[in-house]
Design a protein around this ligand. Structure first.
Ligand code: M6R
Length: 365
C-alpha cells in the first residue's frame, strides 16, 4: 500500500529513517557493538579475518564499493569488491583467512547466488550473506548472515535497501575493529554517527522541494555526469544508476580526478554535472575539478556540506546538507540523489516504480 505517497519509490525514500533505526535496533552499545546477532561461530572468528571479498550486483555492488573504503581505512585489512557476474566466471585467488560477503536486497539474484555457490569451494574462512530477506536462498546457503530490516522494497529502484546495507556494513566494519582490539575512539565515533543518522536523514529529506525545482532543468537533457571522490565516488555511481534506471537519461559517474582524463571533452552547456562534495580532506581537490566544469559552461549542481563555502555563479547551484562525521557522509548524500532521480522521472512522466525492461528481482542469468 502506497498510503499517502504517489509512488512506492517515494514512500521507500521517506521510510529510510525508520528502516535505519530498525536495522540498528539492538546492535549498538555506548562504546561497543553487540555482535551476538551474527551467531556464536561468527562472533569467535571475526578476529581471524585478514581479507574481505565482497560480491554483489547493481546497487548492492555500490554498497560494497563504499565498504571497501571503510574496511581498508578503519580495520586495516584488504578488501576487494566485484560484480557477481564477473566474479563467478573467473579464477579467483583467495588468500588464507578471507571472508566472502555477498550483498543482496532480495537474496534471490541469480548471479549473486551463483557466486556464493562458486565460493563454497574456494577455501574461504566463511561466507556471509548481507540481505533484506531472512528466508531467502542467499541467507539459507551462506555460513553467516547479517540482515537489514528495511521492510519490503517494492519500487524497482533500490533506495532504503541500499542505505540500510551501508548502515550494516559500517556496523560490520566497527565489529571487525572491535574484534581485532583496534582503535577504541573510531568505534565510538562510528557508533555515535550511526545513532545520529536517522535524524540526519530526516533533515536531508527536507530538501525535497528544492530538488524538485532543480529536476525541471534535467528533463530535456540526454546525458548527465556524476562526480565524487573517496567514499562518495560509489555514491556518484549510485546516483547515476538511479537516474538511468527511472528517467532513462544516460548518466555516468566518474571519480572526480578522472574528469580531465577524458570525460571533460563531453562537457558543454547541455551536460548537467552533479557532484557530491561534502567537506573533508578531498574537498579542495574536488573544487578544482569543478572549476574545470564551470569554465566549460557545464551546468553544475553540487551537494555540499553547509559548513563549506561554495560560490554560486552563473549556472552553478549548490545544495547544502548538515555536517556529519565522514563515516556516515556517503549514506547521507545518497538521499538527495534518490530525490533527484525521482523528481526527474516525475517530470519525464516515466513509470517510476516499474521502469521499462527491468525486474525487481533478477532471477535469470
Ligand atoms: O536484490 P539485489 O540487491 O541482489 O539486486 C541487485 C540489483 O539487481 C539491484 O540492486 C538493481 O541494480 C536495482 N534495481 C537498482 O536500483
Amino acid at each position: 500500500d502506497k498510503g499517502e505517497y504517489r509512488h512506492f519509490m517515494l514512500k521507500e525514500i521517506y521510510e529510510q529513517p525508520e528502516a535505519i533505526t530498525q536495522t540498528l535496533a539492538g546492535t549498538l552499545g555506548d562504546d561497543h557493538v553487540l555482535t551476538a546477532l551474527l551467531g556464536p561461530e561468527a562472533e569467535t572468528r571475526l578476529a581471524d579475518i585478514e581479507h574481505v571479498h565482497i560480491v554483489a550486483c547493481g546497487t548492492s555492488f555500490h554498497a560494497g564499493l563504499v565498504a571497501r573504503y571503510w574496511i581498508e581505512a578503519q580495520v586495516g585489512i584488504t578488501c576487494q569488491v566485484e560484480v557477481a557476474s564477473e566474479y563467478r566466471y573467473r579464477t579467483v585467488v583467495v588468500p588464507k583467512n578471507t571472508l566472502l560477503i555477498t550483498i543482496s536486497q532480495s537474496g534471490e539474484t541469480a548471479d549473486t547466488l551463483a557466486a556464493l555457490r562458486f565460493a563454497k569451494d574456494q577455501g574461504y574462512l566463511a561466507t556471509l550473506a548481507l540481505c533484506n530477506v531472512a528466508g531467502s536462498s542467499l541467507v539459507r546457503e551462506a555460513n553467516w548472515r547479517l540482515l537489514t530490516h528495511a521492510g519490503p522494497e517494492i519500487g524497482v529502484a533500490s533506495t532504503k535497501a541500499f542505505t540500510t546495507q551501508l548502515v550494516a556494513l559500517l556496523w560490520l566494519t566497527t565489529a571487525l575493529i572491535q574484534a581485532r582490539g583496534g582503535d577504541k575512539q573510531q568505534i565510538i565515533t562510528n557508533i555515535n554517527a550511526l545513532k545520529s543518522l536517522p535524524g540526519m536523514v530526516e533533515q536531508a529529506l527536507q530538501l525535497d522541494t528544492r530538488i524538485a525545482e532543480l529536476a525541471e532543468r534535467f528533463a530535456n537533457k540526454h546525458h548527465a555526469l556524476f562526480l565524487g571522490r573517496g567514499t562518495h565516488f560509489p555514491i556518484a555511481m549510485e546516483g547515476a544508476l538511479k537516474l538511468k534506471e527511472i528517467s532513462y537519461i544516460h548518466a555516468e559517474a566518474y571519480a572526480a580526478g578522472e574528469l580531465k582524463h577524458g570525460p571533460l571533452a563531453l562537457v558543454d552547456e547541455n551536460m548537467p554535472v552533479v557532484s557530491v562534495a561534502p567537506s573533508g580532506s578531498l574537498l579542495e581537490k574536488l573544487k578544482s575539478n569543478l572549476e574545470e566544469v564551470r569554465a566549460r559552461g557545464g551546468q553544475l549542481i553540487t551537494f555540499a556540506c553547509e559548513r563549506v563555502e561554495h560560490a554560486e555563479e552563473g549556472t552553478a547551484q549548490t545544495i547544502t546538507l548538515p555536517w556529519v562525521e565522514d563515516c556516515i557522509s556517503p549514506i547521507l548524500y545518497t538521499i538527495p540523489l534518490q530525490l533527484l532521480s525521482y523528481h526527474v522521472a516525475l517530470v519525464k512522466g516515466t513509470d517510476v516504480d516499474k521502469p521499462r525492461n527491468l525486474a525487481k528481482s533478477v532471477t535469470v542469468e
